[in-house]
Design a binder for this molecule. Structure first.
Ligand code: SF4
Length: 467
């Protein structure tokens, strides 16, 4: 029977079916970080349990690290304590930690792929919602909570509900000035923030085939914002060439054998899907969120919806979002004044994102009232960007060039919005208070759109600035 990648990977990792109907699933790779692990390690210790497969567990530090000055001890006492706890836990359990001095530290969903830890056909779990990022490689990757982190540490297994598969076929080609970020915002806008509940999203079609791995990661990263716990792309030559030569990938003949197996995990022609959706890439324009969830977005040349534009059941949430944001239905999004511009996060802080933002700001300057920062996704990306001179381009344009970390995506560190500030952000969530201020406001968009907004001091169409 033709099968989907989801089902092939699921079956290959099934230990048994539990009496609840759930699957006991073996986890090939467990990625951990400083925020969701301290309690899990404490729970293990309290029961006298050991980490079952230390070699299948990899740690880094990302959420709490300062990005301006990363010398130890951190000036933030709590951040220093959290990192020290992770170091202690990893040392005791024999887990490899990519810490601040490693040269490979970074956001967990950035370093997994760049080190070649993330590979097709794997099951990957991490105590962070955006673990779906790793699905770009044809892995089945999902976020888990702290008690599940404990379970995976103790047994390398999880009890999981089976998932349905929705094939999302992205036809055609992206227009200039339109990026993977716009595609995933379009998908979430069309299918809703809960549209993917119970599904894995399989992304395919000509526009996805043409994407780089960085772009596929951007798309898969935000699957969870559409309610899908898992999002993936079938592995192809782009995947294989990305992985060739990376640190944790086999070399020589072993690589060729691995590549054959990776390709065999692709969804088969004729595989049955629980649902299929088609999107026309050519019809997508640069997209900006205007509300308090990632599904509340418009094209940059559109106006905000009015309560009367939506079905009665959606009016209250629309009115709540407009009120929180201080916007009015019918207003254009273009021209919205911003206070902060943030290029960063596991969605859009890879080298290609930084190159594109730098291309737009080169030789220009950030608007005087805008605070702008660029936070690379990893130390490796930061070093590569500096070798290309991107740091100088950003600095000359008035951006702060920072160390790697989650930074203002979640503001569990010193990078945060103040008061009612509005941030043009390349991150993935625009929930109330997400960027550190309970009243701060987030407009999600592509890094290129963030760069253009930083220069103009307001939301503008990047296609009119530099494409
Ligand atoms: S960058 Fe944001 S979404 Fe990604 S892991 Fe860090 S806090 Fe989570």
């Amino acid at each position: 029977m033709p099968s989907t990648l989801l089902n092939k990977v699921w079956n290959a990792h099934t230990v048994r079916t539990l009496p609840t109907g759930q699957t006991q699933l073996f986890v090939g790779l467990h990625l951990i970080h400083e925020v969701t692990t301290p309690q899990a390690f404490d729970m293990l210790r309290a029961r006298g349990w050991r980490v079952r497969f230390p070699s299948r567990t990899i740690a880094t530090v990302d959420h709490i690290v300062p990005t301006r000055d990363q010398r130890r001890p951190f000036s933030d006492v709590m951040a220093e304590e959290m990192l020290a706890a992770l170091e202690r836990n990893c040392r005791e359990a024999g887990i490899r930690l990519f810490d601040i001095n490693s040269g490979s530290q970074g956001i967990v969903h950035v370093i997994g792929p760049e080190l070649g830890l993330t590979q097709p056909g794997m099951t990957i779990a991490c105590g962070d919602s955006h673990t779906s990022t790793h699905g770009a490689f044809g892995a089945v990757a999902f976020g888990i909570g702290t008690s599940q982190v404990r379970d995976v540490l103790a047994s390398q297994c999880l009890a999981m509900e089976p998932l349905k598969v929705r094939r999302i076929e992205v036809d055609g080609r992206l227009s200039r000035g339109v990026y993977a970020k716009d595609v995933i915002l379009e998908i979430i806008r069309r299918l809703g923030v809960n549209g993917g509940v119970g599904f894995a999203y399989e992304y395919g079609g000509p526009a996805v085939d043409a994407m780089t791995m960085d772009e596929r990661m951007t798309m898969c990263n935000m699957s969870i914002e559409g309610g899908a716990r898992v999002g993936y792309v079938n592995p192809d030559e782009t995947t294989i060439e990305y992985l060739r030569g990376r640190t944790f990938v086999p070399a020589g003949d072993a690589f060729e054998r691995a590549a054959e197996w990776w390709k065999s995990m692709r969804s088969d022609p004729g595989a049955a899907y629980d649902d299929e959706v088609r999107i026309d890439a050519g019809a997508i324009a640069p997209t900006v969120t205007w509300g308090i969830n990632p599904g509340q977005s418009v094209y940059v040349d559109e106006r905000l919806p009015k309560p009367t534009d939506v079905p009665p059941g959606e009016r209250a949430s629309l009115a709540e979002a407009l009120e929180f944001m201080g916007f009015h239905g019918g207003d254009p999004i273009s021209g919205t004044r911003i206070d902060v511009a943030f290029v960063g996060s596991c969605t859009n802080a890879r080298l290609s994102d930084l190159r594109e933002a730098a291309r737009i700001v080169r030789g220009r300057h950030v608007a005087p009232h805008v605070r702008a920062l660029v936070v690379p996704g990893s130390q490796s990306i930061r070093a590569a960007a500096e070798r290309e001179g991107l740091d100088r381009i950003f600095a000359e344009a008035g951006f702060d060039w920072r160390g790697a970390g989650c930074s203002m995506c979640l503001a569990m560190n010193q990078d945060r919005l103040e008061g009612r500030e509005i941030c043009a952000s390349s991150s993935n969530r625009n929930f109330k208070g997400r960027q550190g201020s309970p009243t701060g406001r987030t407009l999600l968009m592509s890094p290129a759109m963030v760069a253009a907004a930083a220069l103009a001091g307001e939301v503008v169409d990047v296609r009119n600035v530099a494409v």
